[in-house]
Design a protein around this ligand. Structure first.
Ligand SMILES: [Cu+2]
Length: 154
């Protein structure tokens, strides 16, 4: 009789431990997927991809030979262009836009085509060592009608 009781309590303790460990385990957050189109020889594009991965994005990098065509198809006009062009959740991200701005856009869901950092800002993620703060450039939003607005000033 004594033996049966202790087995019962051991089993109960086991169930309790199992239940509490499951309650404490939070589901792993799913990483936001972003597809980056870039030229194979673009080094700063690869460094920007690394920046996105460091910031928790799941990056699908695709080497292309027709970047001007891709930019045109996504509605990135000439004056807004940079090196790589990315697509995340239906938005376009052109050039060295910091991950923080992409996350903010995905949170706020503005009515725009996307974000761009035109040209090749020297003090931007992908252009300077990872972890240094972005500086001396603007991230712009743009829509399909050609309306361009300041999204973030660095
Ligand atoms: Cu670049």
């Amino acid at each position: 009789m004594k033996n049966k009781t202790s087995i019962f309590f051991l089993a109960m303790a086991g169930i309790f431990l199992l239940a509490s460990s499951q309650a404490g385990a939070e589901p792993a957050p799913t990483a936001t997927q972003i597809t980056v189109y870039k030229d194979k020889s673009c080094v700063c594009c690869d460094t920007w991809v690394d920046h996105l991965r460091t910031e928790g994005f799941e990056v699908i990098a695709k080497n292309q030979t027709n970047m001007p065509e891709i930019k045109a198809n996504f509605g990135v006009s000439r004056n807004l262009q940079s090196c790589h062009t990315a697509i995340v959740d239906g938005y376009v991200v052109e050039g060295h836009v910091p991950a923080a701005d992409i996350k903010r856009m995905l949170r706020e869901k503005p009515d725009v085509l996307g974000l761009t950092a035109p040209g090749m800002p020297q003090k931007s993620p992908g252009m300077q060592p990872e972890g240094l703060p972005p500086k001396d450039y603007d991230v712009l939003s743009f829509d399909h009608k050609g309306k361009v607005e300041l999204f973030q000033r660095y």
